[in-house]
Design a protein. Structure first.
Length: 321
């Protein structure tokens, strides 16, 4: 009988340990199976997703012949409209909100007459700004000459961060002023400190740091947003597959990383200030085989995570528990 109680006690201890927040076993998100209401609007390969938290809108970039390249949904999952002009092969997408309105930035890795550019659109798809020379792959010598630009992040101030490229000649991180002048540029092709092999996604935290998914090197690199100085890198969590996407949760406590080849979302503890250290996965969401999560975005109001999945040809929404 005594042994039985010891066993019960031991089970309780095990259980307590199992659900300890540092073990990374607790569920943090659940799939919203009702989003979107009309999945049949996904008619191409869904490469990227961006949330306009202010207006409750979700923009999806997809590729394919004779498909609308940008789909717009409400955060509840209702299809609103789509647009197609001057977008060839969307790779990354970002919504920038200001006091006077919002705009949608898209990186285009196409090789035709619209490709190799970073473009700004109105919410309804009117082209407002083109960075780069359309149809012209760049060299690393000219800052605003892109070669398959992968992702963009725009701060409230209008300052712009671009990672360039998705397998092209350039392997660099570029910061521009709100009027598109180069502030700093870092990175060459390689695996040394501050070098990149396919810098694939970029985001900025609340503590003045720029985070880059250095996909080919299977690591995340971190830079000072003011100077461009290298601050550290994380590689310990990515031995199985490199990071494809970096986005912070709304409270900046976690970094959400998509890993395409192993169909996983890794949720990593983000260091507040000071040393970057190495990464710790606190939780992961295992997606179905062949889902191939490419890029993600987070609703900074509700905390919902949207995942653009190339393999499944859909965007899925995960809500925080």
């Amino acid at each position: 009988e005594f042994n039985y109680y010891v066993f019960i006690l031991y089970s309780q201890v095990l259980k307590a340990e199992y659900f300890s927040p540092w073990k990374g076993d607790q569920q943090m998100y659940k799939l919203d199976i009702g989003w979107p209401k009309t999945p049949e609007y996904f008619t191409g390969q869904t490469f990227c997703v961006a949330v306009d938290s202010l207006h409750g809108l979700v923009y999806v970039g997809q590729r394919g012949d004779n498909v609308p390249k940008v789909l717009v949904f409400s955060e509840e999952g209702y299809f609103l409209h789509s647009w197609n002009d001057t977008v060839e092969m969307p790779h990354g997408i970002f919504v920038w909100n200001t006091a006077i309105g919002s705009s949608v930035w898209i990186t285009d890795v196409g090789t035709g007459k619209y490709g190799h550019t970073v473009k700004q659109y109105s919410p309804l798809g009117k082209l407002m700004q083109v960075l780069g020379t359309p149809g012209n792959a760049g060299s690393s010598l000219i800052p605003l000459q892109f070669d398959q630009p992968a992702d963009i992040f725009v701060e409230e101030t209008g300052e712009i961060y671009i990672v360039d490229g998705d397998g092209g000649m350039n392997n660099r991180l570029l910061k521009l002023t709100d009027d598109y002048k180069e502030l700093w540029l870092t990175g060459t092709n390689g695996s040394g400190i501050g070098q990149f092999k396919i810098p694939h996604s970029v985001t900025v935290d609340a503590f003045g740091r720029v985070w880059v998914a250095d996909r080919g090197n299977k690591r995340i690199q971190v830079f000072d947003k003011v100077t461009g100085e290298w601050l550290g890198s994380w590689s310990g969590c990515f031995s199985e597959d490199g990071p494809y996407s970096v986005r912070f949760t709304a409270d900046y406590k976690y970094l959400i990383v998509a890993q395409l080849n192993i169909n996983r979302l890794a949720i990593l503890a983000a260091p507040p200030v000071g040393s970057i250290g190495d990464c710790a996965i606190v939780h992961s969401v295992q997606l179905a085989d062949e889902t191939k999560p490419h890029l993600v975005d987070v609703d900074m109001r509700s905390g919902a995570v949207y995942v653009a999945e190339i393999g499944a040809q859909q965007v899925q929404k995960y809500v925080p528990l």
